[in-house]
Design a protein around this ligand. Structure first.
Ligand SMILES: [Zn+2]
Length: 93
């Protein structure tokens, strides 16, 4: 009677241990998947940010090329929106 109780208790303990092990394995895999998802997201985010930066840089330089003009008097480069040269005050209009 007493031996039966101890045996059943021991079996229950082992079952609890297996349940705990399965639970811990589940938690471990959950965090493992979470880690890979975050890692991939961060990597893609960095790559995307670099592409945006590169595109912005290219757009900026090409825009600057279009918007810049060279003064015929002093040969200095400046923005096209000036009505006169900011370096030598040469009037365009
Ligand atoms: Zn000028």
């Amino acid at each position: 009677m007493c031996a039966d109780l101890t045996l059943s208790l021991r079996i229950e303990q082992e079952e609890n241990q297996i349940e705990l092990l399965i639970y811990l394995a589940g938690v471990f895999f959950f965090f493992l998947i979470l880690y890979f998802v975050i890692k991939a997201a961060v990597r893609n985010g960095i790559v995307d940010a670099q592409i945006i930066k590169e595109e912005y840089k290219n757009a900026n330089t090409s825009e600057n090329h279009i918007k810049k003009i060279t003064c015929p008097k002093c040969n200095e480069e400046h923005d096209i929106d000036f009505s006169k040269c900011p370096h030598c005050n040469f009037k365009y209009i």
